[in-house]
Design a protein around this ligand. Sequence first.
Ligand SMILES: CC(=O)SCCNC(=O)CCNC(=O)[C@H](O)C(C)(C)COP(=O)(O)OP(=O)(O)OC[C@H]1O[C@@H](n2cnc3c(N)ncnc32)[C@H](O)[C@@H]1OP(=O)(O)O
Ligand SMILES: CC(=O)C(=O)O
Length: 498
Amino acid sequence: MKVKILDTTLRDGEQTPGVSLTPEEKLRIAIKLDSIGVDIIEAGSAITSAGERDAIKKIASEGLSAEICSFARALKQDIDSAIECDVDSIHLVIPTSDIHIQYKMRKTKNEILEQAIESVEYALEHGLVVELSAEDATRSDFNFLKKIFTEGINAGAQRICACDTVGVLTPERAYDFYKKLSKLDVPLAAHCHNDFGLATANSLSAIRAGANEVHVTVNGIGERAGNAALEEVVVALHSLYNIKTNIKINELYETSKMVARLTGMYLQPNKAIVGENAFAHESGIHANGVIKKAETYEPITPEMVGHKRRFVLGKHIGRSLLKKHLERLKVKVNDKQLNEIFQRIKELGDKGKCVTDADLQAITEDVLGIPSKKIVEVQEVTVVSGNKVTPTASVKLKINGKEILESSTGVGPVDAAIKAMKKCLDYFADISLEEYHVDAITGGTDALIDVMVKLKYKDKIISARSTQPDIVMASVDAFVSGANRLLLEVYENENIRA
Ligand SMILES: CC(=O)SCCNC(=O)CCNC(=O)[C@H](O)C(C)(C)COP(=O)(O)OP(=O)(O)OC[C@H]1O[C@@H](n2cnc3c(N)ncnc32)[C@H](O)[C@@H]1OP(=O)(O)O
Ligand SMILES: CC(=O)C(=O)O
């Protein structure tokens, strides 16, 4: 059995408050969805705006393998807009619950039934494939829901979809509900929302009950708490139920990153499958197990979804993981030194600090009595900012003995300073800033500012931190301390003499 995936990232996903994509961005996402094997792309809702129609037209004329679909209300103008965009199909939606019919539509059930059938017929006359979809199906009078689907199918609708619009199903109820609908004579789709955090579980139940298609969004974005997440549904089907889809699972992480970047909807680190912590280990007991055999604490491999395993420094570290980090730094320690470094990390953790790579290096150098090697030193930092000047920074760094002076503008003084430092470093290595976090540790305008950065060189990412009262200097210091760490590795690993 193969389940069809209708991806609605570009329609329901884009309905996420605050998200709006340009036609070009929508096209880029559609191309990606097509390339990973999505069967049906709901490219948008054509009636929404001229830009939306432009996007849908672009996607429909791209020659993708996926079926291109537009959302449409059961209204002639919505169907006409979809036709204008030259889509293959419409997701034709009509509310079926009493609450929607009475209060939102202000109609009778008979009027709704008539409107649905007229719309199905109109769309079919214009050559569209019709997926007749019941909004708020799970709070509807089941007999009415069945009647609308049966008459819609008799009118020619090729597929039906039952929406759990406000996410009120439970996995048990989802099974019973979709089981009954699966007896109807056309493919059945499930569209589940996540208001109770059950969208993925309910979608899986729907499929077990006989649904042949499932509506999902990348990263689970969508109205309110979002929709069932593509990556969760597909990987659970594959790994836990042995049910196949056409999705290339090893591209899920990359797809997730792309959608997060373009929508600005960044993921919580603990997001299943694609979150930054999905394959990260800090706790000693876990890391010890994973080092010995990854399956001890990883139900699937990170590579399977195109992700990577990470071992993280922190309060919960054990000696096995500490040894692994020290091996990476290419330092040899005896048991006494190992224990001392271990204790110092615990102390840092107990102060509520996250422990960065630069912290480990500083602690190790201190414990081993190694004079700290600095490839990058800050010589001068000047920033100008105000309401009538473009924020500008000039920075002089001494890198590997050479003085380099660069300047840059930015959206603010921190951005300008970091860009100026990056220009200086560009002469040596293409180091990029992957993450930047700032926290005020104490209250007030004279608060201590804690800046944490993650810097990347090739496929190596390291973290560094600095705590100072001045946000610009804390940022400069964190960046330089991270750059030192990275450059040391560059010089060591690439056999360049420091
Ligand atoms: C559960 C879901 O995700 S539904 C999809 C939600 N998506 C969107 O809303 C897409 C973006 N929406 C829009 O751009 C606008 O709402 C438009 C262009 C569609 C309509 O704008 P307006 O004409 O100003 O209507 P407005 O948004 O205020 O109200 C929606 C109207 O559609 C009606 N309607 C809602 N659903 C349906 C439906 N499935 N079929 C027919 N009519 C419907 C409502 O009853 C309301 O009608 P009313 O104006 O007679 O009260
Ligand atoms: C149609 C739709 O998106 C819903 O009912 O949730």
